[in-house]
Design a binder for this molecule. Sequence first.
Ligand code: FAD
Length: 471
Amino acid sequence: MIYIFGSGLAGLSAAISLHKSGYKVTIISKKINGGSSYWAKGGIAAAVGNDDSPELHKIDTLEVGDGLCDSKTVDYVTREIRYVVSTVEKWGFKFDDDLRLEGGHSKRRILHKTDDTGREITNFLLNLAKKKGINLIEDKLLALKVKDGKVAGFITEKGGSFDAEKVVLATGGYGYLFKFTSNPSTNIGDGIAIAFKAGALVSDTEFVQFHPTVTTFDGQAYLLTETLRGEGAILVNERNERFVFKYDSRGELAPRDVLSRAIYDQYKKGHTVYIDLSPIEDFDRKFPILSNYVKRYGKRLQVFPGVHYTIGGIRVNTRGESNIKGLYAIGEVTDTGLHGANRLASNSLAEDLVYGVNLVRYIDNWEGLSIDDVKEVIEVRLRNSSNRLSLEEIREYNWNYLGIVRNGEGLDKLVKIYESNDTFNDNASLVSLLSAKGALLRTESRGAHYREDYPNKSWEDGKRIYFMVSR
Ligand code: FAD
C-alpha cells in the first residue's frame, strides 16, 4: 500500500495515476477539500500554444527565479507539463479553449477553466478518485517512523500507528503561518516539520512569495488573480494615480514581488491601493465567479499584498524522492528548485501535476535524493519546552518580522523567539524558525526575499541554504 498525505492537486493526481497503473493507494488528508488547490484561480502554465515552446517557458521561469532555479528541474517540468496536461485531459478534464497571459510570461500559456481553475480540476480529480474506489480518509499525520534511514511507517491523530514502506507527502505549504494570506488554514507546514524531524533535508525556506492583489469579500480573504492584470486591469491609488510604472517599467505585469513591494510602499506612504477592473473587455464571461462579487462590490476594489506561496520545503529530486528511503514529497510541501528565489505565476499547479502524475514512473526503482553536491548543511536543534505560542501569535510575529520587507534586527529577534519555543512538538514554530533562520542568514535581497539592510543581490547564483535536524 502506498500512503499519500494530502488531497490537493499533487496528492490526488498522484493517487489516480498510481491507481490506474494497478497500485494500491490510500489518501489521508487533514481536510479532504482543504488545501490551496481549491483556491487557485488563475491556472496552469504549459507551453501548448503554437507560438510557444518549453524552452521559452524555461527562460521565463529562470528569469523570475532570479538565479536560484535548478536548471534540470525547470527543464523537466516545462517539458513534462505538456504531456501531463494531455494525460489529465485523457482522464476527462476539459480546459477552456483560450490561453491566458500572466505576469512574467512572455507568451499566453495559462490553461484554465473559467476563473476557478483550482476548484474545477481538484473537484474533478476528487470525484474521479471516489469513482475509482480509492481509499480516502480524513485524518491528520502526526509523525513519520524512520528506521536506518528508511521509512518504516507513520502515526496519525485518529488512526494511531501504521507500518509502511512508501509514504508520499503532499501536505502543501505554510502560507497560513502569516497574518495576511490567501492560503486556507490547513496550510501550516505540517509535512515540512514532520519530515524535517524525521531527518529530511529542507531548503529555501526564506523564500515566501507575496501576492500583490488580495482583497476581502464578506470578511474573507479573496485572491484577485494575476490574469486580471494580464487581461487589462490596472492598479491605482486613491488619487487615481497609476503608480506602478514608478517602480517598474513592466507596470501591472511586473513580477509579484515587485508589485507587492510597490503596493506595500504606497500604503506606507499613506495611500490606499485599488485594482480597477473596468478596462477588461467581456469581463462577465471571462471571470464569471468574480463577476458575482463585482455586482455587489463594484469594479474598483481595494487590494493589499498577502502571503501566497511558500517556495522552500522538503528537498527532493525530479523524481519526488527525498533523502529518506521510501519518503516521497510532491507539490508545495517540497523544494524541487523549480521556482528558485521566486515562483513564476501558475507554475505551482504545473509542478503539482508533473510530480503527481509522473510519480508512478519512479515508485518501484528508488534512487533517492543525492546530497553529494550540498556543501553546507545547517543543523537545527529541536527544543522540547513548555513555551508555546498560539497560532495567532505566530501569524502576527511572522507578518511583522518575516514579511514583505525584512531586516536583520527583526529576524534576529524572531529566530530567538522560536528558538526558545517548543519546536519539538509545535510544527508551526519549527517551520517558522526554519523560515526566519534562512531569512536571517541570507544577507542579500533576491527574488521574493527582500532585506532593507541588504537591498542588493550579492550572493553567488545557485547558493542555497539547507537545514537538517541535529541528532
Ligand atoms: P494543497 O492543495 O495545499 O493541499 C494540501 C493538502 O494537505 C490538503 O488536502 C490538506 O488537508 C492536507 N494536509 C495538510 N496537513 C496535513 C496533515 N498533517 N495530515 C494530513 N493531511 C494534511 N498556483 C498556480 O499554479 N496557479 C494559480 O492560479 C494559483 N492560484 C492560487 C490562488 C490561491 C488563492 C492560492 C492560495 C494559491 C494559488 N496557487 C496557484 C498556488 C497553488 O494553488 C498551490 O501551490 C497548490 O495548489 C498546492 O497544491 P498541493 O497539492 O501541493 O497542496
